[in-house]
Write a protein that binds this ligand. Structure first.
Ligand code: SF4
Length: 142
């Protein structure tokens, strides 16, 4: 691609996952190493700490496992990511599957029982609404 791919920062091995785990995905690390991709974490840029309580989408809101409303932080982070995507002219993104921010096509259902439902995370949805193609790291592997 002639413009960089926006990637979920956690896929590049950057410390930002809710659990605090560092889990780089080699094909994504490789894209960043070659200067073809730029990492970004919407939840950290929305003001949330690492580690943090897990969050899921519940209707129009995002809540954490203790029931605290995190919708504002998630929206802020998504908007900051869109800002970066526009600055860079990104047309593609590779985002972490099933995250309430980054998930694309499938997310968890808001019951914190690992139940999957069709849907997008807030960041993935915002990028798609602005014409950016979103894939997951699972698409990249397959
Ligand atoms: Fe990774 Fe996205 Fe979650 Fe940040 S918000 S840790 S980039 S999945």
């Amino acid at each position: 691609p002639d413009t960089p791919i926006l990637v979920s920062a956690c896929l590049a091995g950057i410390y930002c996952r809710y659990s605090g785990a560092v889990e780089p995905i080699e094909p994504v690390v490789d894209l960043v190493r070659k200067g073809l991709a730029v990492p970004f974490c919407p939840e950290v840029h929305g003001g949330l700490p690492t580690p943090r309580r897990p969050c899921e989408i519940l209707g129009d809101r995002v809540v954490d496992a203790d029931g605290a409303d995190r919708t504002a932080e998630f929206r802020r982070g998504a908007e900051e990511g869109l800002r970066l995507a526009r600055l860079l002219g990104c047309r593609q993104a590779v985002l972490k599957s099933r995250s309430p921010s980054c998930g694309s096509g499938e997310v968890y259902d808001g019951t914190f029982t690992s139940t999957r439902v069709a849907g997008d995370g807030l960041f993935a949805r915002l990028l798609k609404e602005h014409g950016i193609t979103v894939r997951t790291e699972e698409d990249l592997a397959g």
